[in-house]
Design a protein around this ligand. Structure first.
Ligand SMILES: [Zn+2]
Length: 73
C-alpha cells in the first residue's frame, strides 16, 4: 500500500501508521481513528450524564402556548 492509498482520519488527519486503530466508514471512503473515537465517546458520555441529571432533577413543565399566535383569528 502506497502512502497515497493509506487511510487518513477525516477528523484529525492522522494516517494509519500514526494511530493504533483506523475504522472505515460507508464505502471505505471515510475513516476515523481510535483517538477521535475516544474523544467522541467522551463527548457522548458527557452528554448522557448531563441528560441523566437533567431528567432526574427536572419537573415536567407543560409547553405554554403564547396567547394568540399565528393561527389565532
Ligand atoms: Zn482521528
Amino acid at each position: 500500500m502506497s502512502l497515497v492509498d493509506m487511510p487518513v482520519c477525516d477528523y484529525c488527519g492522522k494516517n494509519s501508521t500514526q494511530v493504533k486503530r483506523m475504522v472505515a466508514g460507508a464505502g471505505n471512503e471515510k475513516h476515523i481513528c481510535g483517538d477521535c473515537i475516544r474523544k467522541c465517546n467522551a463527548i457522548l458520555t458527557e452528554d448522557a450524564l448531563v441528560e441523566g441529571s437533567r431528567m432526574a432533577g427536572r419537573k415536567v413543565i407543560p409547553f405554554a402556548k403564547p396567547f394568540g399566535g399565528p393561527h389565532a383569528a
